[in-house]
Design a protein around this ligand. Structure first.
Ligand code: ZN
Length: 433
């Protein structure tokens, strides 16, 4: 039994935003209590005065690298980093080795996560075998093994015909197809956003149109098939505009962005900073502002980190040759909280983007809410805490972050998963073994 005492409980799914106490029993939320805390509580008390108490954060876009690339990250280190970042559930992408395109791989990940993981792991299976874009995987078999969605992330599904077939196959079952939207020919050879910075640095560019053309295609195919499409890591202004239009047209299209796209622009590439190299690339200021607008008006459904750990060797090299991606599990929360400090985004909207939204998109039962009966996944957030993100804070095996050395505001003070404390900064509150 756990009592989270005196915090500001923010649960958009049950329209709650008020100070009170949360009681957790047997891995579930038992009840919310307003007013005085019960004096005779027979269990562990977590003091949360001055903190936010939110449903456990859900990161729907993570590369855990296991199986196959365990020197970059594994399920143990990735879930430890997640817990430190306030994340109680994550969806891991299929570009492992072997690729998660077979139920045995899906089951392996689930089994490893059960034994090694400190937070919930939900595998996303591949759309095509080997991520090769040629032959569809068996969605039903994979879903039965535990896959929560399908994506070839890391690569686009280049063939529109194959994407159409995938959506048609998925539709009657309600499976979610998630897309790394990129036109491979338009993007080919590029390493940075096509624009002034790339020109100045002499880096070959990737035009925004490479992403926009692909997003438009997914939307049109969603319209044609009635299937559900989720656009991953939206980074462009036109991408946001297209998503908005699709929603207005009543299509089953949703989208996520990552904190890097509303925090940074391609100016971060100055000095050939390979820790700012990612795909899609950091864009221009107009794109960054459009993503803010998309978050404000509800066009963007979720914020996900696109946590992509890489060892130093593949980052400390010539810009064009460097690997794409940055770690993000420990910075997603503070960078998203910065939107609140800007004054236009409410705390409850932030919780929606980081928890309730992803739970809805991935149809995760009992997640993304603190209603009675929900899973006892809770994040206690200190919204005011200022801290510097240092190398020694990194729980991931890799350190490829452009935010190292940044002073961040807001931090997970405690992460509770299934009623177990998995991370704690709170005095007197230890982590469960
Ligand atoms: Zn991707």
């Amino acid at each position: 039994m756990l009592l989270i005492k005196g915090g500001r409980v923010i649960d958009p799914a049950s329209r709650r935003d008020e100070v009170g106490h949360l009681v957790l029993v047997d891995g579930k939320v038992k009840e919310f209590l307003a007013g005085e805390a019960p004096g005779d509580f027979q269990g562990r008390v977590i003091p949360a005065e001055g903190m936010w108490v939110t449903p456990g954060l859900i990161d729907m876009h993570v590369h855990l690298r296991e199986p196959g690339y365990e020197w970059k990250e594994d399920i143990r280190s990735g879930t430890l980093a997640a817990a430190a970042g306030g994340i109680t559930s994550l969806a891991c992408m299929a570009n492992t080795r072997p690729v998660n395109d077979h139920p045995e791989v899906t089951r392996y990940i689930i089994d490893r996560a059960r034994r090694e993981g400190t937070v919930n792991v939900f595998p996303v299976a591949a759309v095509t075998r080997g991520l090769e874009g040629k032959e569809m995987t068996d969605f039903s078999e994979l879903a039965e093994a535990g896959a929560v969605a399908f994506s070839d992330d890391g690569k686009p599904v280049a063939s529109a015909l194959l994407m159409r077939r995938a959506l048609e196959y998925a539709r009657p079952f309600g499976y979610l197809i998630m897309t790394h939207s990129e036109d491979p020919e338009l993007a080919e050879g590029g390493s940075a956003n096509e624009g002034w910075t790339a020109l100045k640095l002499g880096i070959p560019g990737i035009p925004a149109a490479a992403e926009d053309v692909a997003i438009a295609r997914e939307i049109l195919l969603a319209r044609q098939t009635g299937g559900r499409v989720h656009i991953q890591h939206v980074s462009t202004k036109m991408g946001v505009d297209l998503l908005r239009m699709a929603k207005r047209a009543g299509l089953a299209v949703t989208g996520e962005t990552a904190p890097q796209y509303f925090t940074l622009t391609d100016a971060a590439l100055e000095g050939y900073n390979t820790n700012a190299k990612m795909n899609p690339p950091l864009r221009g200021e107009e794109d960054r502002m459009a993503i803010h607008e998309g978050i404000l008006d509800g066009t963007i459904d979720a914020v996900a980190s696109d946590h992509a750990p890489h060892e130093e060797y593949v980052k400390r090299c010539e810009f064009v040759a460097a690997a794409n991606g940055i770690i993000g599990l420990q910075t997603a929360l503070p960078l998203t909280l910065a939107l609140v400090a800007g004054g236009r985004v409410s705390p409850s909207r932030v919780v929606d983007l980081l928890s309730a939204g992803p739970a809805r998109l991935l149809s995760l039962k009992g997640k993304g809410t603190l209603a009675a009966g929900a899973d006892a996944d809770v994040t206690v957030i200190d919204p005011e805490r200022e801290w510097v993100f240092r190398e020694e804070d990194v729980r991931s095996k890799s350190r490829n972050s452009p935010f190292l050395g940044w002073t961040l505001r807001g931090r997970a003070a405690a992460t509770i998963c299934g009623g177990h404390v998995r991370h704690s900064d709170l005095p007197g509150v230890g982590v469960d073994g």
